[in-house]
Design a protein around this ligand. Structure first.
Ligand code: BV8
Length: 244
């Protein structure tokens, strides 16, 4: 039975993993929830290299629509994003943030020490040179890249299924050394991120899951706080920042 009382006085290094759930209260759809992104589109049709090769225009439209929503003005970081930025600035030990999300809400809340292991919606990549650029809200097969000055080479700088996530060596090094692992707003369906809690347990770290629902990985967490990130992450910040 997961305990609720975290004995927080002895932690020195915290690594946090976030998923789509932390952005839910900002108005961004999750992937697997009711009405989620994958309900409108099948993963295989939009988030694999094969999909991009088969129907690039569909994939460009999928990501252009998400960029348009993210940049539309009504999507803003929520209290959970801000609480994590506070912890990066105020927590006396080491604090690292790994996100599966491709939105820029952590950055907009002030987080800087951030690993976007699944890439970034607001970036695009030249498939010939590998160069990464800031993306406009819309781009497509007719958009020329800044490196080759040619059309037809730009893709979203997003990690698709079957592709290698980004910064894995650094992330595995963090997990090996840190003593508190917190997973926020992720269903624990997608690997390698879903396996991070196992690594944390193997090195003896304390593990905490923050999610309103029970997930695939819940039973692997020593502590489970059931509730929305906008409520529970500020609670975690206040606990960690309260005098010992
Ligand atoms: C790789 C970018 C090799 C695209 C994404 C069988 C076993 C093991 C692995 C595999 C397997 N079959 C296939 C694989 C590999 C595959 C995989 O895991 N497939 C799954 C489906 C089985 N993985 C890969 O291909 C990865 N690459 O394995 O390469 C490798 C391995 C190790 C080391 C090196 C190389 C690449 C995966 C990346 C795919 N790209 N995103 C895009 O965004 O368009 S994944 C996509 O899912 C998003 O990034 C998303 O973040 C991610 C995970 O989903 P969640 O974030 O968890 O979102 P979800 O909707 O599922 O859940 C939301 C949660 O929020 C829920 O729990 C809900 O309760 C909660 N919530 C709701 N409201 C709130 C809330 N929480 C808090 N507060 C709230 N208010």
């Amino acid at each position: 039975m997961a305990k609720d009382r975290l004995d927080y006085r002895h932690w020195h290094n915290i690594v946090v993993l976030t998923g789509a759930g932390i952005s839910a209260e900002s108005g961004l759809g999750t992937f697997r929830g009711a009405g989620g992104l994958w309900e409108q589109q099948r993963v295989e049709d939009v988030a694999t290299p094969e999909a991009f090769a088969r129907d690039p225009d569909l994939v460009y439209r999928f990501y252009n629509a998400r960029r348009e929503h993210l940049c539309g003005g009504e999507v803003q970081p929520n209290a959970a994003h801000h609480a994590l930025a506070d912890l990066e600035n105020l927590f006396p030990g080491n604090f690292a943030l790994v996100t599966q999300n491709v939105d820029d809400l952590h950055e907009r809340a002030g987080s800087t020490r951030l690993y976007h292991m699944h890439g970034e919606l607001m970036k695009m990549r030249c498939t010939a040179s590998g160069s990464v650029f800031d993306a406009p809200v819309h781009f497509d097969r007719d958009s020329p890249c800044s490196c080759c000055q040619r059309a037809g080479r730009l893709r979203p700088h997003v990690v698709w299924f079957g592709e290698m996530p980004i910064d894995m060596d650094e992330i595995y090094a963090l997990l090996a050394d840190y003593d508190l692992f917190v997973a926020i707003g992720t269903s624990g369906n997608v690997y390698p991120a879903a396996g991070f809690v196992q690594i944390a347990r193997q090195v003896g770290a304390t593990t905490l899951e923050i999610n309103p629902e029970i997930t695939e990985g819940s039973s692997l967490f020593e502590f489970q706080w059931r509730g929305p990130a906008g409520e529970q992450v500020p609670r975690l910040r206040d606990l960690l920042m309260s005098p010992g």
